[in-house]
Design a protein around this ligand. Structure first.
Ligand SMILES: Nc1ncnc2c1ncn2[C@@H]1O[C@H](COP(=O)(O)OP(=O)(O)O)[C@@H](O)[C@H]1O
Ligand SMILES: [Mg+2]
Length: 266
């Protein structure tokens, strides 16, 4: 059974796109799974990190259709899929910045779910990278996903951010039409440092949140750290994941543990 996973947090710079790449890479390299990643962030960081083609023709159209072109029915999804060494990808476009004005019909929140439905037989996992905004794209993501993974970093507001995601999700789950069936599958502490008071405090907070979610829906999300690694930025210069660039490093190992947990808890 295919699993659609959203990596979400409305904060930027906390390791969402990196987590998408590492999780997709481990699923493909270690478990031989067929994986598609979708970049839903107008900043296109994921597309750039993995070396997807985001070039434009002289008229400013993407040479290869982006997810925006597919969502607006200007392109077929099969034409937007790019084949990379370890997984497939659909790139983002700056046009996603106007999503809230483009997708205003009440049915538009199903657009991504419908698109994914049409290619479900091709993949074992589809992983969606989300931008740092609480917009229609994020709603589409929640509607399309089976599971949400929330990376977060220790600073003020990180707990509020997680609670905001959880309450948005809860509203969709509990809406009359049950707009989303997604569960919070896991919480990742990124740039974790064992000796840092902040990391320890966040770990305690996340454990508390996991308890609350468990009481609420009867399912306990995993809480796992990813250690800080300077290689995480370095590897992107080579369009590689840590699984290739620093396979034996701590952060690469941490992501393998996350995927092991993810796979086990199917
Ligand atoms: N575990 C980590 N250790 C060190 N740097 C990290 C780690 N995870 C992510 N980063 C770096 O932090 C920056 C932001 O990460 P990114 O994945 O783009 O975040 P987001 O998608 O949430 O904006 C990138 O330069 C990335 O390489
Ligand atoms: Mg990102």
């Amino acid at each position: 059974m295919i699993r659609v996973i959203s990596i979400a947090n409305q904060k930027g710079g906390i390791g969402k796109s990196s987590s998408v790449i590492e999780i997709a890479s481990v699923l493909s390299i270690e478990y031989n799974k067929k994986v598609l990643v979708i970049d839903l962030d107008q900043q296109r960081n994921l597309s750039k990190y993995i070396g997807a083609n985001i070039e434009k023709d002289p008229k400013g159209h993407n040479l290869i259709p982006s997810i925006y072109d597919v969502l607006t029915s200007d392109a077929f999804i099969t034409d937007a899929i790019q084949h990379l060494p370890h997984f497939d990808a659909i790139s983002a476009s700056e046009q996603l910045s106007k999503a809230d004005r483009t997708f205003m019909d009440s049915d538009d929140m199903y657009l991504l779910a419908d698109i994914i439905d049409s290619i479900k037989q091709l993949y074992d996992y589809i992983i969606i990278d989300n931008g740092p905004s609480r917009n229609i794209l994020l709603t589409m993501s929640y509607v399309a996903s089976d599971e949400i993974i929330i990376p977060s970093e220790c600073d003020e507001g990180s707990i509020d951010g997680i609670i905001a995601i959880y309450s948005d999700l809860k509203k969709l789950r509990e809406s009359r039409n049950k707009l989303s069936h997604a569960i919070v599958k896991g919480l990742i502490l990124t740039r974790y440092e064992k000796t840092s008071i902040h990391s320890i405090a966040l770990e305690e907070d996340l454990t508390e949140i996991a308890n609350i979610i468990q009481q609420d829906i009867g399912y306990r999300p995993f809480v796992l750290p990813v250690r800080k690694s300077i290689k995480m930025s370095e590897c992107k210069g080579f369009k590689q994941s840590l699984q290739e660039y620093d396979k034996n490093g701590n952060a690469a190992k941490d992501y393998r543990k996350i995927v092991k947990t993810l796979i086990k808890e199917a």
